[in-house]
Design a protein around this ligand. Structure first.
Ligand code: NAP
Ligand code: F7E
Length: 333
C-alpha cells in the first residue's frame, strides 16, 4: 500500500486529492495545522474524514515536518498548504512568505537530508505569470508576479527545480491555473458569487464585489488533483501547466451563475440589477487589489501529451455544480 502525506488537507484541493488517492488504495496522512475554526466540513461532505489519518504539521515549524516524515515514511508528499488568498497577501506579506516560501524550504530540506526517495509535489500557480509576458502561458513563459503571494510562489517553484537539479530529488511543480468547485473557500470570487447569489435570492442581501473586468482560465478542482497525481507517477520529474485553455471574464462567470438561477438581470457597468431595478451586486472598492492580474490563459499541451491528462468538466458543469451545492447547503427552495 502506497503512503502519501498531503499538506493543506483541510483546503479545497486537499479534500479532492485525498479522495482520489483513497480510491487508488493509498494510505493517506492528512497534515493539518492547529486551528480553532470549522475545519473538516470539506472532508465531511466528501465522505472521507474517517479514512484519513490526521497528523499535526505547521509548515512554519521545521521540527514537526521532520518528525512526521520520519514516522510516516511516505512514498509521496503533496504540498498543498499555503496562505492562498492573493488579496490577504498584500496585508500579511510576511506570514504569506513564511508559509509559501520558507515552508517549502523546510520540507525540501528534510527530504534532501533524510528521505531522498520521497516524490514531492509543489503547488505552483498561474499567479506567477501575473502581468503576462506571453499569451497563452506555458511552462517556459517568463514570470512577472504581481502580489506577495505570487512572489513567494515563484521562490518555491524555483526551489523545487533547484533541489531536483542539485540533489537529484523527484520534485514536480504543477503550475495550476484557477480551479474551483463546491469546496472552494468562500473568499474567492467564484464561491463568493455562488454563495452570495443564493443568499440574495433567499434574503435580498446585496452581494459586494471588486474588479469584474479581469479574465481567468477556470477549471474544476476534481480534474486538477488528478494531474497532481499523474505528475508523481511519471518516470522522470517535471513541471507542468494545468489549465483548460479557455478564459472568461469575471462578469461572464457571474452572468452564467445568474442564468443558472433563472434570474433576469441587467449589468450597468460593474454593478448588477434585477428586473425591478434593485441591486443584486454592488461595487465595493475594498475588494480591489493594489495590483491586478488582468488576464490568464494556459497552454497545457505538455500535460496533455506527457501525462495524458484531460479535464472532464467544462465551465458550464462547474457553475452548475457550485450553484446546486450552495442551493442545497443554504436550503433555498
Ligand atoms: P485552500 O483551500 O486555501 O487551502 C489551503 C490549505 O493550507 C488549508 O488546508 C490551510 O489550513 C493550509 N495551511 C495554511 N497555512 C498553513 C500552515 N502554516 N501550515 C500548514 N497548513 C497551512 O487552497 P486550495 O485552493 O486548496 O489550493 C491548494 C494549493 O494550491 C495552495 O498551495 C494554493 O496556493 C495552490 N493553488 C491553488 C489554485 C486554485 O485555483 N485553487 C491554483 C494554483 C495554485 P487551514 O484550514 O488551517 O487554514
Ligand atoms: O480572484 C477579482 C479579483 O480571489 C479572481 C487563488 O486560488 O487562483 C486564486 O487567486 C479575480 C481577481 O482568485 C472580488 O480581483 C473581484 O481578479 O477568486 P480570486 P485569484 O486571485 O485569481 C490562483 C491561481 C491562486 O493560486 C490563488 O491561490 O476576481 N474579484 N471581486 C474578486 N476576488 C475576490 N476574492 N473577491 C471579490 O470580491
Amino acid at each position: 500500500m502506497k503512503k502519501a502525506i498531503i499538506t493543506g488537507i483541510t483546503g479545497q484541493d486537499g479534500g479532492y486529492l485525498a479522495k482520489l488517492l483513497l480510491s487508488k488504495g493509498y494510505k493517506v496522512y492528512g497534515a493539518q495545522r492547529r486551528n480553532t475554526g470549522k475545519r473538516y466540513w470539506r472532508l465531511d461532505e466528501l465522505g472521507i474524514l474517517d479514512q484519513i489519518e490526521l497528523v499535526d504539521m505547521d509548515l512554519s515549524e521545521p521540527y514537526n515536518i521532520e518528525k512526521v516524515i520520519d514516522e510516516v515514511q511516505p512514498d509521496e508528499f503533496y504540498n498543498l498548504a499555503a496562505q492562498s488568498f492573493v488579496d490577504l497577501s498584500f496585508k500579511q506579506p510576511q506570514i504569506t512568505t513564511l508559509v509559501n516560501s520558507l515552508g517549502v524550504l523546510n520540507i525540501l530540506e528534510v527530504i534532501k537530508n533524510k528521505h531522498q526517495k520521497v516524490k514531492f509535489y509543489q503547488a505552483s500557480t498561474s499567479e506567477m505569470y501575473g502581468k503576462v509576458t506571453e499569451t497563452p502561458q506555458k511552462e517556459t513563459t517568463r514570470f512577472y508576479p504581481r502580489s506577495p503571494y505570487a512572489c513567494a510562489k515563484v521562490y518555491s517553484h524555483y526551489l523545487s527545480i533547484n533541489y531536483r537539479e542539485s540533489y537529484n530529488l523527484f520534485t514536480c511543480s504543477g503550475i495550476l491555473f484557477n480551479h474551483e468547485s463546491p469546496m472552494r473557500g468562500e473568499e474567492f470570487v467564484t464561491r463568493k458569487t455562488t454563495k452570495g447569489l443564493v443568499e440574495w435570492l433567499k434574503t435580498g442581501k446585496i452581494l459586494e464585489l471588486g474588479n469584474l473586468e479581469s479574465y481567468r482560465d477556470w477549471g474544476h478542482a476534481e480534474d486538477y488533483v488528478e494531474a497532481m497525481w499523474l505528475m508523481l507517477q511519471q518516470d522522470k520529474p517535471n513541471d507542468y501547466v494545468i489549465s483548460t485553455g479557455k478564459t472568461t471574464k469575471i462578469k461572464d462567470f457571474i452572468k452564467k451563475c445568474l442564468d443558472e438561477l433563472n434570474v433576469k438581470h441587467e449589468f450597468r457597468g460593474q454593478e448588477v440589477f434585477d428586473e425591478n431595478g434593485n441591486y443584486i451586486i454592488k461595487t465595493n472598492p475594498k475588494f480591489f487589489r493594489p495590483t491586478e492580474v488582468d488576464a490568464l490563459i494556459g497552454d497545457s499541451n505538455k500535460a496533455f501529451k506527457d501525462l495524458n491528462w484531460k479535464p472532464k468538466h467544462t465551465l458550464e458543469t462547474l457553475v452548475k455544480d457550485m450553484i446546486i451545492a450552495d442551493l442545497e447547503r443554504y436550503k433555498y427552495k
